[in-house]
Design a protein around this ligand. Structure first.
Ligand SMILES: NC(=O)c1ccc[n+]([C@@H]2O[C@H](COP(=O)([O-])OP(=O)(O)OC[C@H]3O[C@@H](n4cnc5c(N)ncnc54)[C@H](OP(=O)(O)O)[C@@H]3O)[C@@H](O)[C@H]2O)c1
Length: 331
């Protein structure tokens, strides 16, 4: 074999191998993108709140609602990041009814302030999307002394939702959408140490907070029976967002080079991660569906722990005690 023929055969081999691998990676990536919400709806005149809307799934949720004409309040803790995202969305969708408002879910004062200001601006709220979340962070506390993952993912949204119920009831048919996670199936509500004061495991605290999202949804749906306000929970899929910001394993040079590319085919884009939120928030067929759990734009079974009525009631009582939603402070 001549040197040229040898080199050509090797090149052809590597080209076909990398070509096949790349093709396979794209094929798997396409398969993993999950259900799509393609139904056309017109959201003009409807008012939405999306928490944690400056990036990831929340930002893509706002983008699509804005495209469909909705009025959207982006409830974010960092107004600079929020404004950057808002500007991008307004320029793209030509919908000027997209607003940034400060709401730090790790501060009950900030939540109360957000709600009071919102009520001065709007008399109606048609859809509340409780999307913001923090995952596997080192142990820290909200300004009210609650473990951060429980505080932001559950307690903050519990308070926000309860403070907005009067508006939701005035705006029927209206919806509450709680972005939970498949991680809820690994969750346990630690009734002896809910705040992880005695011991803290960042994975368990995340799963606990996501189970709390589903338990809250079910108890809320029961309490809202007959009001035409629905409450549902969902898992968005495994989505390529900033949610892994506290996971050292994914955030170093080595991982960027070798680990992330391996995971790439198996994760959804943020746009595709927003599809189930959009489905649950907008699909006219779900107008009366409540107390359920969805993933990939389909009804899914929740974990047995999420159907435990006694724990749901217990969690509601503790959440009320820790956040005092009945105490409305006039700003
Ligand atoms: N990505 C996934 O694979 C996945 C899987 C299952 C469930 N989820 C759930 O999906 C939801 C959205 O997550 P994501 O993947 O889009 O993550 P992300 O890109 O990290 O976005 C999270 C959002 O929450 C906001 N947030 C965090 N702490 C907050 C606070 N104290 N007050 C107000 N906002 C706060 C963040 O604001 P900053 O930018 O200012 O931090 C950000 O806007 C979360 O509830 C998450 O648990 C995600």
């Amino acid at each position: 074999m001549s040197l040229f023929a040898f080199l050509k055969s090797r090149t052809a081999f590597w080209l076909s191998l990398t070509g096949t691998t790349t093709g396979l990676a794209f094929f798997v990536k396409d398969l993993m993108q999950g259900g799509q919400f393609t139904k056309e709806t017109n959201e003009t005149g409807k008012v939405f709140i999306v928490t944690g809307a400056n990036t990831g799934i929340g930002k893509e949720t706002v983008r699509e609602i804005a495209k469909r004409g909705g009025t959207v309040y982006m409830a974010c803790r960092n107004l600079k990041k929020c404004e950057e995202a808002r500007e991008e969305i307004v320029l793209e969708t030509k919908n000027k009814y997209v607003y940034c408002r400060q709401c730090d879910l790790a501060s009950q004062e900030s939540i109360r302030h957000f709600v009071a200001a919102f009520k001065r601006e709007q008399e109606h709220l048609h859809v509340l999307i409780n999307n913001a979340g923090v995952m596997r962070c080192p142990r820290s506390l909200t300004s009210d002394g609650i473990e951060l993952q429980l505080g932001v993912n559950h307690m903050g949204h519990f308070l926000l939702t309860n403070l907005l119920l009067d508006l939701l009831k005035k705006s029927t048919p209206s919806r509450i959408v709680n972005v939970s996670s498949l991680a809820h199936t690994r969750g346990e509500i630690n009734t002896g140490d809910l705040n992880s004061d005695k011991s803290y495991d960042e994975g368990k605290a995340y799963s606990q907070s996501k189970l709390a999202n589903v338990l809250f949804t079910r108890e809320l749906a029961k309490r809202l029976e007959g009001t035409n306000v629905t409450a549902n929970a969902l898992h968005p899929g495994v989505v390529d967002t900033e949610i892994i910001r506290h996971m050292a394993f994914f955030n170093n040079f080595f991982s960027g080079l070798f680990v992330k590319p391996l995971f790439w085919p198996f994760v959804k884009t943020p746009k595709n991660g927003a599809q189930t939120s959009l489905y649950v928030a907008l699909d006219p067929e779900l107008e009366k569906v409540t107390g359920q759990y969805f993933s990939d734009c389909k009804l899914k079974e929740m974990s047995p722990a999420a159907t435990d009525t006694q724990t749901a009631k217990w969690l509601w009582a503790v959440s009320e005690k820790w956040t005092k939603p009945a105490m409305i402070k006039i700003q």
